[in-house]
Design a protein around this ligand. Structure first.
Ligand SMILES: *Cc1c(COP(=O)(O)O)cnc(C)c1O
Length: 393
């Protein structure tokens, strides 16, 4: 072998540098799953020019690939927003908002019926990070004005609360907040972004647990934060980068795959849940059905005014004469309804909550049980509840 002959690359070099080109002339509806940590630059000048903040180009997989940018764009469109950032879970989306807009010394307002882990995070921020937190009555409406302090800079809203279902007056809360320069962030998971037009009702920042309806498969964990305002998005982007919130592209693909049926699934959950909720309202074992479309649900009139749908999640209060032992037996006797957290998938779920331990002031008596109505036939679900009710005694 002469010194001028190019040596054959070794096995490892060849396997690492194997040629791959995307097939030409290939068109399909599905979005390609682009995995990357390393993103390649043609030369140093391009590398230096590119900014990770600019979503028309790519710099590093943690900041996104064409797959995640596509999901972000579609979610922003669903919520009629402009910007979207994906997070590894719904709770991480809550973390992102808190980290982006709160610092030591600030004050945040949180509804007393907020998603449990969000409440726990707020208490942690208060204990360990010098942020002061007040929990407010979710039905407070414009009365929230009295709770705004000098350093209040963020207000959370959940519409409705995902266990006790009170529907807050979002426009009234937003009007007061904006008059005092306070941002309003909404956990809009219950309505999947399709039954409540949050930005049109005054909200500044929308948070979604995509884990629920957007995924629809009871498998993926993911969250999103959506905004209209450039400056708010810029704050969120910096926090997102500093927290290192990446998402897996296979998971992103699963959410993308299920988005086209989002509205159909949501409406099917909604129709079935309304029938089951009305049926439950007629049962003597149930004292209240906490479903926003029914008059027993606090804030029902606000739901009627502001919402265009309801989805599949609601709760009931059993008559106070039934003990926890009895209602646990009811839950354990269900066959089609499975016992587990989360919701928004095809399978019906049922879970009891010790609500009085979750709230500052819980005015009701009777055990609270929450239903997620899946996509099974409604009459089968009613029959299942009916047979389980006979097990109460
Ligand atoms: C599930 C849920 C979350 C959190 O989502 P994860 O992906 O499970 O972290 C936040 N808010 C509400 C209302 C939820 O139901």
């Amino acid at each position: 072998m002469s010194e001028n002959t190019k040596p054959e690359p070794g096995f490892n070099t060849r396997i690492v540098h194997s040629e791959y080109e995307a097939p030409e002339g290939f068109a399909a509806f599905s979005v390609g799953i682009h995995h990357a940590s390393t993103v390649l630059f043609d030369n140093v000048a391009t590398m230096r020019e590119r900014s990770w903040l600019d979503k028309s180009s790519y710099t590093y997989g943690l900041h996104g690939t064409p797959t995640s940018f596509t999901l972000e764009a579609r979610l922003a469109e669903i919520e009629k927003g402009e910007h979207c950032l994906l997070t590894p879970s719904g709770l991480a989306a809550i973390t992102l908002v808190n980290m982006a807009f709160l610092q030591s010394g600030d004050h945040v307002l949180i509804p007393d019926n907020v998603y449990g882990p969000s409440r726990d995070q707020a208490e942690w921020l208060s204990r360990s990070f010098g942020i002061s937190v007040s929990f407010y009555d979710p039905l407070i409406g414009a009365g929230i004005a009295a709770l705004i302090e000098e350093r209040t800079c963020l207000m959370w809203v959940e519409a409705p609360g995902s266990v006790s279902m009170e529907v807050p007056d979002v426009p009234a809360i937003c009007a007061v907040a904006h008059a005092r320069g306070v941002l309003v962030a909404l956990d809009n998971t219950w309505s999947a972004g399709i039954a409540f037009a949050a930005f049109e009702h005054g909200v500044d920042i929308i948070m979604q647990a995509l884990t629920k309806y957007q995924s629809g498969g009871s498998d993926v964990l993911m969250g999103a934060v959506i905004t209209r305002d450039e400056a708010l998005n810029a704050r969120l982007q910096m926090a997102h980068m500093r927290l290192g919130f990446g998402v897996g592209m296979d998971d992103v693909y699963l959410v993308l795959r299920n988005l086209p049926t989002l509205q159909l699934r949501f409406n099917a959950h909604d129709q079935s849940a309304r029938k089951i909720a009305s049926w439950l309202a007629s049962r003597p074992e149930i004292s209240k059905v906490l479903h926003p479309t029914l008059p027993d649900c606090p804030g029902h009139d606000i739901w009627q005014r502001d919402f265009t749908g309801a989805g599949g999640l609601f709760s009931v209060l059993f008559d106070a004469k039934f003990s926890e032992e009895q209602t646990d037996r009811f839950v354990d006797s269900l066959k089609l309804f499975k016992l587990g957290y989360s919701w928004g998938g095809a399978h019906s779920l049922c879970i009891p909550y010790r609500i009085q331990h979750m709230r500052t002031n819980w005015p009701e008596s009777g055990i609270l049980v929450r239903f997620n109505i899946g996509l099974e036939d409604t009459q089968d679900l009613i029959a299942d509840i009916q047979q389980a009710l006979t097990m109460l005694n």
